[in-house]
Structure formats: structure tokens, C-alpha cells
Design a protein around this ligand. Structure first.
Ligand SMILES: *Cc1c(COP(=O)(O)O)cnc(C)c1O
Length: 353
């Protein structure tokens, strides 16, 4: 190995030194309930494509903006292909959208707590983040978001990590009263019964971000997409650049959308059943889990570090938060097959409070 030179490394962009690498949130464990991926695995048609990668033709560049996959997604969500942009995970869509529509020195407004990557993407693109607390009813704080003087408003629905959906009325008010870009992150759309896709048809300033990393069971392939007005989509694709989704990922995702939807519906049904059962058991044990419209549940726990440690020592990983706004310490648990939920409950035990 060559040692680094004695000379100083070049200076990064102003403010860049405040950024850090994404933390690995959970140590290796036998039952990983930390990242909201599909614990039933990858759907069968996608697996079949992945087992025959040589047929995909990886010696050549893939479609630059994934034309076939965009067509498959457009059929799935019910809009024209010109209203779809894909990316290397929905992270890539969020980042590209902020870069295209946010000025350096500008502000992005979002709720607190929400998806932890948002302030990072804002900062990467030279924007600062204004955090707005959820209302007492748990809904998005419409007036605060609108009075933040932001250039971009980000709403996550269902919200990670709390789990509840924003009211459609609230989102609609934000979309129609705001002049800038409204990003609605629907990474967990399939678990909630409300479709927000009609909003992008009514409001040319709304972008919905969705992913194939969660219920579609393909987080390792990195595929996300945005749904919006063709004018927004074009700017996001410019900001994103060509070739961001690999050929294998495009082929597996297209196959899943064509053939695996019944498998996905079964997973959603089982997830919702296990979520109700887990919530009921948690209440019996003395916890107060937050209402969830997604495939995870947030459980406030005063002794968060000890609880997380005890679970991990017994092979169960959860995502822990030490001080969420308005909540305090909490653990977020992904819903999976019941035997995993039972293992989690057995180690968690009754609430100590
Ligand atoms: C998991 C998640 C994403 C990122 O998904 P990728 O498509 O894997 O980049 C985006 N937003 C929210 C709210 C998430 O929970």
C-alpha cells in the first residue's frame, strides 16, 4: 500500500467540510429490521432476469434515460412516459431535483422529523434547510411551510421515520399556494391506500419521488423514479445526467412491473396484517407505537440506547433515533414475516416506564 503524500490535499468547496459520509446505521445482525426494505425478498420475475444477466447485454451502455423502463413505470402509475424520470435510487431523483430547481444560497423547507438525507442533499447543492414541526394533529404544518420563504418544499408521505401520511387537503393547499417546486416523497406509496399521482396532473409544480428499493425488493439494484409535469422531468434528467440506471437494473425492474404485481400485492397485504398485529402486541407490552401507513413502525422508547443494544446483542437490528423533534428517543422497526416480528417482541419485552 502506498502512503499518502506529505503535501496537503486540495481545499474542498466552501461549506463542504460540514458534510459527513452516510453512517452505517446498524451493525451486522441476523435479523435486520433497520432499513424498511422488503423482508420477503425479491419478486420472482426480477430474480429470473438477474439469473440470466448475460442475456441483458452489459457490454454496451444501457438506454441513457431508460426508455423501456419509463414506459413500464408509466403504465404502472397511469401517466405518460414523458412524465417519468428514473434515477440511481430515488435519492438520485431527490438530489437532481434540488440541484435543478434550487439556487445556491436558497432554502428548502421540510417537516421535522423527516427523511434524514434531505438536509444533506440541500447542503450538497448549496441550499439551507428550514425545519417545520408537525402540527399537534400530526399533519403537515401547511402555514409554516408556506411562510418559510423557501424555493423548494419537501413533503414525505407516508413520512419516514414517523409513518403517517400527510392529508391530501394539506398537500393540495401547499401545491396550489406555492410557486416553487413541491417534492412529495412517496417511497412507501404502495402501503398507503391514497394515490397522490393525480396531483401531478393538476399541479405543474409537483414532483412525486418513488422507489423500487422498498416494496419492490430491489434496493441493491438502485432504481428510483420521479413523476411530474414533462417540463420538470426534462430539467431533472438534465441535472441527473445519462446512464444512471444500469442495464441489469433496468431489465429486472421492467420484468417486475410486467409480471410481479400480484406478488407485490400479497406482500403488502401480509405487511399490513403483521403491522396491525405488531401494534396490538406493542400496546399490550406498554408501548405507544405511532400510527403508520408504511411498512415500519416508530416506537418511542425513553431508554433508546439500552433497548437498541439489547436487541442487537440478541441478533436484531433496528434503526434508532436518540432525539427526534417532539418525540425524543425512538426505534423504527421494519415489518416483515411474523417470525421476525415475534423474535423482535421476545427480546424487546415489556416497556420499562
Ligand atoms: C428509502 C427511502 C428513500 C430512498 O430510496 P432509494 O430509492 O433506495 O434511494 C427515499 N425516501 C425515503 C423517505 C425513504 O425512506
Amino acid at each position: 500500500m502506498t502512503a499518502g503524500s506529505e503535501r496537503a490535499t486540495p481545499t474542498t468547496r466552501v461549506g463542504f467540510d460540514r458534510l459527513s459520509l452516510y453512517g452505517e446505521h446498524v451493525a451486522a445482525c441476523s435479523t435486520d429490521l433497520s432499513d424498511n426494505t422488503n423482508l420477503w425478498g425479491t419478486p420472482p420475475a426480477a430474480q429470473r432476469v438477474l439469473g440470466n444477466v448475460s442475456a441483458v447485454g452489459v457490454s454496451r451502455y444501457p438506454s441513457a434515460y431508460t426508455s423501456d423502463l419509463k414506459t413500464a413505470i408509466s403504465t404502472y402509475v397511469g401517466v405518460e412516459p414523458a412524465m417519468i424520470a428514473t434515477g440511481c435510487g430515488s435519492d438520485n431523483i431527490l438530489d437532481s431535483a434540488i440541484r435543478a430547481f434550487g439556487n445556491s444560497g436558497g432554502t428548502l423547507a421540510c417537516c421535522d422529523p423527516t427523511f434524514t438525507m434531505i438536509p444533506v442533499f440541500a447542503q450538497l447543492n448549496g441550499l439551507t434547510t428550514t425545519l417545520c414541526r408537525f402540527g399537534d394533529d400530526g399533519d403537515i404544518p401547511v402555514d409554516e411551510l408556506l411562510s418559510s420563504r423557501a424555493e423548494i418544499i419537501y413533503i414525505c408521505s407516508p413520512n419516514n421515520p414517523t409513518g403517517a401520511s400527510a392529508s391530501v387537503d394539506g398537500i393540495e393547499t401547499v401545491a396550489s399556494s406555492f410557486g416553487g417546486l413541491v417534492i412529495i416523497d412517496q417511497a412507501y406509496a404502495e402501503y398507503s391506500s391514497v394515490s397522490l399521482t393525480p396531483l401531478v396532473v393538476r399541479h405543474p409544480n409537483v414532483l412525486i419521488a418513488r422507489t423500487m428499493s422498498k416494496v419492490f425488493g430491489m434496493a441493491g439494484l438502485r432504481i428510483g423514479y420521479g413523476i411530474g409535469n414533462p417540463g420538470i422531468i426534462r430539467e431533472i434528467e438534465k441535472s441527473r445526467g445519462p446512464y444512471m440506471v444500469g442495464a441489469t437494473a433496468q431489465a429486472a425492474a421492467s420484468a417486475a412491473l410486467a409480471e410481479d404485481l400480484p406478488w407485490i400485492s400479497n406482500v403488502v397485504a401480509e405487511t399490513l396484517a403483521n403491522r396491525s398485529r405488531l401494534m396490538a402486541e406493542l400496546v399490550t407490552l406498554g408501548y405507544a407505537p405511532l400510527r403508520s401507513d408504511a411498512n415500519f413502525v416508530l416506537i418511542p422508547v425513553a431508554e433508546e440506547p439500552q433497548v437498541t443494544r439489547r436487541l442487537l446483542d440478541n441478533g436484531v437490528g433496528v434503526r434508532s433515533f436518540s432525539h427526534l423533534a417532539g418525540i425524543g428517543g425512538a426505534i423504527r422497526v421494519t415489518i416483515g414475516p411474523w417470525q421476525m416480528m415475534q423474535q423482535f417482541l421476545d427480546i424487546l419485552g415489556p416497556s420499562g416506564k
